[in-house]
Design a protein around this ligand. Structure first.
Ligand code: PLP
Length: 481
């Protein structure tokens, strides 16, 4: 056995400094090279200790490890022998087949995702809520309460449908706040899991899904991941063009319609009441289910938000997803999936092959917080704050619109404003703004036809002063184009 460089110290997985691991690795390599025949006795531990320059005890630990791996056999009072080759192994292959690199055969690759925008001074691209509005003390107390009251049982695996207390609280909340009555719910890992589950259960390769264009890319990705074809339906100032959907339904066999009727993503327009009725009738008539994504229902500033499609008496074919990502924080990963009991059974079984269940501790803590009234207090406060930010954002944009060709319709709700730039290339404008620290979402990045002249400017996370600064940077870049 060749000697190795004098022992080096490595750090074990437990973080302890260990000397035996490099010795064991050197011996392992020597055995793998075939330089010792099966049954051959190794040099004594004393000799090995001198060869490696370590204590005999270190050698013994390394040899014991190799015995445990089946590479050596300890013989009382004689020493350590090379173990016989194990039965059940194929004959050794030529060394070149043991090459270091390996390329996995990927049979399904997701489409490209837009490059992540890192930390920027003016994050207007993503309509995430402002974490500084969250009552952290209350949330901390709810987590502590759950762990104190239930002890380690709070850490038991969560059930597939979600923590029953949270399910009850959320169903009650949907009834009170959104006038929508469901008997059952799956608490999902964000609404994205709900969308992906619906895609897995309802769509097969080549199936057509009708979606709003511009629309929500993460949902399209979930549909495409199961091989479905995502077909655009245009959106105007009153939401989805139901007449265009009707033409599509006549031409193609559509298997699912995905919509964001309340504050359409990304334009924030609200689907009008007549179009809601027409959409429900049309899809029911064609036997096509709707996946309704009601992701930020409460952030509505003009009158009351319209009830979800799922609340209608003619909506047995609507599968409803909602989320706490905007109402609490995107990191809590709590989504809601509601619909017919039979379908939910199937979707719950689908979960068993992926996430199995969500995070039980977070679910129990949120149930506690909602039951205490903290959640609804927070939503009311946040809604007021965002209403003020929306007004301030509209004022900043109206000032800019006196000097620049930009158009907008004040949105009734949402955390963003959709601005149209009829004379500008919005992708180029977004690129220039980003170079100056202003991140925005240009319409073509949220569009299948890629011809949207709009741009989404989110005001939820930045205060009015910073939003106004961002708008003046955007305006100065637009003027230079
Ligand atoms: C249209 C739409 N649906 C759903 C969500 C929420 O997704 P998730 O619950 O997976 O965070 C968002 C963004 O937060 C959204 O913009």
């Amino acid at each position: 056995m060749r000697s190795t460089p004098r022992s080096r110290v490595v750090v074990s997985r437990s973080g302890r400094r260990t000397r035996w691991a490099p010795v064991a690795e050197a011996l392992r390599r020597a055995l793998a090279s075939g330089s010792r025949a099966a049954g051959e006795l190794l040099p004594s531990t004393r000799e090995l200790a001198s060869t490696f320059g370590v204590h005999r005890q270190t050698i013994m630990v390394a040899l014991d490890a190799l015995c445990a791996e089946g590479l050596l056999r300890a013989e009382p009072r004689r020493g350590y022998r090379v173990a016989a080759p194990e039965p059940g192994l194929p004959p050794p292959r030529p060394a070149k087949s043991r090459a270091a690199g390996y390329t996995f055969r990927i049979v399904r690759e997701p489409g490209p995702i837009p490059a992540a925008i890192g930390a920027v001074k003016y994050p207007l691209h993503s309509a995430t809520p402002d974490p500084s509005l969250l009552p952290l003390r209350e949330l901390r107390a709810s987590y502590a309460h759950v762990l104190a009251r239930h002890g380690s049982s709070a850490l038991d695996a969560a059930t597939g449908a979600g923590n029953p207390l949270l399910v009850r609280e959320l169903l009650d909340y949907l009834r009170r706040a959104r006038a929508v009555l469901f008997e059952r719910m799956l608490v999902t890992v964000g609404s994205q899991e709900g969308i992906a589950l619906a895609a897995r259960a309802l769509l097969g390769p080549g199936d057509v899904v009708a979606v709003e264009d511009p629309g929500y890319l993460p949902a399209w990705q979930a549909f495409r991941a199961v091989g479905a074809e995502v077909v655009p339906v245009p959106v105007d100032a009153r939401g989805l063009r139901v007449d265009a959907l009707e033409r599509l339904l006549r031409r193609r066999r559509v298997r699912l319609v995905y919509v964001t009727p309340n504050h359409q993503y990304p334009t924030t327009v609200t689907l009008s009441a007549p179009r809601r009725r027409a959409l429900l009738e049309l899809t029911l008539g064609h036997g096509v289910p709707i996946l309704e994504d009601d992701y930020d229902h409460e952030y509505h500033y003009r009158g009351e938000p319209q009830a979800p499609l799922a609340a209608s008496a003619t909506a047995p074919h609507v599968l409803y997803v909602a989320s706490l990502s905007k109402l609490v924080a995107p990191g809590v990963r709590i989504g809601m999936l509601c619909g017919s009991g039979e379908l939910l059974d199937v979707l719950e079984r689908h979960r068993q092959s992926t996430v199995r269940a969500g995070d039980g501790v977070t679910q129990a803590a949120l149930a506690d917080w909602i039951a205490d009234g903290g959640f609804e207090r927070h939503v009311r406060r946040a809604r007021r704050a965002y209403a003020e930010r929306r007004d301030a954002a509209l004022a900043a944009l109206s000032r800019a619109a006196t000097k620049l060709p930009l158009e907008l319709t004040p949105p009734d709700g949402g955390l963003a404003i959709w601005v149209r730039w009829p004379e500008h290339d919005t992708v180029e404008l977004a690129r220039r703004a980003l170079a100056r620290g202003v991140a925005v979402l240009p319409g073509p990045l949220a569009s299948i036809e890629a011809n949207s002249p709009g741009m989404r400017l989110a005001f939820g996370r930045v205060g009015p002063a910073r939003f106004a600064e961002a708008v003046s940077i955007l305006a100065s870049e637009a003027k230079r184009m």
